[in-house]
Structures are given as C-alpha cells and as structure tokens.
Write a protein that binds this ligand. Structure first.
Ligand code: GUN
Length: 296
C-alpha cells in the first residue's frame, strides 16, 4: 500500500484564508482588528525565524502584529511587567511568549502571568484544566492543527484507537486530551514505553511527537493507519542538513493509509492555528460568535 499524503501546506493555506475572511468580517461589521503580540527573549536563531514568520502571516491575515524583542539577560520582573501591560491593552487579543526562555526565568510563572483569554498558545494552567475537563479552552496550536487534519481525513474519530508517542505539555498531553474528547481510545506512549512497536501497531491513529529522528518505522505501523508526524529534526546526511520527522517516511508510507510529510505536514498548520486562536480569542473577548471550524 502507498499512503495518501496529507498536504499540511495546502490545508494551512485554507485555514489562513478562513481566518482572513473572519478578520475582514470583524472589521467590517464591528470595527475590530484582532491583535497578536509575540515576545521573544534572547537571540535563538530558530526562534527568530519562527517569530518573523508569525509576524508576516499575522499581517497577511489582516491582523495587527506587535513584536517585542528583549535581551537575553532581561530580568524576569521586566518580562512580567510587559505581560501585565499586554494583558491590559485592548488592542492585544493574543499574547505568545516564545519558548524556550533563558535559564534564569521560570517559564511556568511567566506563562501563568498571561491573561488566560489571551493565551493563544493554550499553555496557561487554566486552559490546560479547561481542556482536560472538556470545557471551552484555548487549545495549543500544534495539536489543534493535527486534530483539524485528522477530522478532515477521517471524519468521525469515535471509537478509533489512537496512540500518541510523546508526553510533552506542548503536544503529547493536549493531543491525548483532544483525541479523548473525540471519543478515541487513547494510549500515551513515550521513550520508556515497553515494546513500543506493538503498542504503535494497535493504532488506527498514530501521532509521533517524541523529537527523535525517524524513530517510528514502517513495521510499527498498522496497515491503513493514519500517521501524523509532529517531529521536526535537523540531521546531517550526505554532507547536507536535512529536515526529517519522528517517522521514517519511506517505510511508514508503504504501510499507512495516510501520512503527513516533513516538511509540509504539521509544521505549516501550527502558525495557521495560532492565527485561528487569535481570531477565536478576539471573538470571545467581545462576546461575538466564533468562526466555524477554527476552534474546538
Ligand atoms: N517554541 C516552539 N514551539 C512553540 C510554541 O508553539 N509556542 C511557543 N510559545 N513557543 C514555542
């Protein structure tokens, strides 16, 4: 079998188009322009690229973009003061503090200082709790993007066996909560799981988010399964730097029914979902109906 490729790039463009339409309607009907503030502390080159892309795509969607670049040695109190200002600013509907933060900062403290309704990353402890109890939450962007692609490909997910490999707060845990809310039977596996291959082979939906290059091979995939590869790993091969996922695409795509590639799968969906979350946060803040299909 050769798997169908789930085209995240095309899907993300569609989501961005829906967001842009929602933004245009908010402006025309209510005079509201959603605003997203992104805060970057330090000079991590990968983070700088992300932040630049976020700013560009925010403007393309018709939203206002506010960028704050702070020096790596900024005192934590100064960052908290900035967050307090953004929390109180009505022009700012979404706040994202780029992770990782420098070592002298307490990331939990910083994230939990963000007003939960503006927490477009869905990392605030209140949003984590709301998601875990099946209430309306801001949902982390990467798992939200994965869920959108799964729903689009499979329709109802009810009763399917889902295995999430990885237990991070950013992807693995919220992904498991979202799949549970879709009535999947969910297993969270990780690097210490015994006989990972046989656990994975039970999965109708296999989400790989472990951060280990090409760890999930074709022999670990159930024939016909839907495979979502969240990994973005830089590897040196034949003297060149290449981007690979957590799934060995060549062998897995021979067995799976559908699979996301790397690059061009989950990656582009993350920023699209950040824009979707910013629009959702804006609508909620103003008590307006939320755009269909962009939130859970
Ligand atoms: N660093 C890597 N991914 C993310 C993300 O989704 N949100 C934030 N805030 N930082 C990140």
């Amino acid at each position: 079998m050769t798997a169908r490729i789930i085209d995240g790039k095309a899907f993300a463009a569609r989501v961005r188009g829906q967001v842009a339409e929602g933004v245009a309607r908010l402006k025309a009907d209510h005079g509201i322009t959603p605003g997203l503030a992104v805060v970057l502390v330090g000079e991590d080159p990968a983070s700088e690229v992300y932040v630049r892309n976020k700013g560009k795509q925010t403007l393309e969607a018709g939203m206002a973009s506010f960028e704050y670049k702070l020096a790596a040695d900024t005192p934590e109190a100064d960052l908290l003061a900035l967050i307090a200002r953004l929390n109180a600013d009505p022009a700012v509907n979404g706040i994202l503090v780029q992770l990782p933060l420098p070592g002298h900062m307490n990331a939990d403290l910083v994230i939990n200082a963000i007003e939960p309704g503006k927490d477009v990353d869905g990392f605030h402890i209140l949003n984590v709790g709301l998601l875990g109890t099946g209430q309306k939450a801001m949902v982390p962007c990467t798992p939200l993007g994965c869920l959108m692609m799964l729903r689009d490909h499979l329709g109802s997910l009810s009763g399917l066996n889902a295995v999430v490999v990885g237990r991070s707060n950013i992807v693995g845990k919220p992904m498991a909560q979202l799949l549970l809310a879709e009535s999947c039977t969910v297993t969270v596996a990780h690097s210490r799981t015994r006989d990972l291959a046989s656990v994975c082979r039970g999965a109708d939906i296999l989400v790989a988010a472990v951060g280990r290059p090409e760890m999930i091979t074709g022999d670990m995939v159930k024939p016909g399964a839907t495979v979502i590869d969240v990994g973005i790993n830089r590897v040196e091969r034949d003297g060149k730097t290449r981007l690979v996922g957590d799934v060995d695409f060549a062998s897995a795509s021979e067995v799976a029914g559908a699979i996301t590639p790397v690059p061009g799968g989950v990656g582009p969906m993350t920023i699209a979902c950040l824009l979707a979350n910013t629009l959702t946060a804006t609508c909620r803040a103003h008590g307006l109906p939320e755009p269909e299909g962009l939130a859970v």
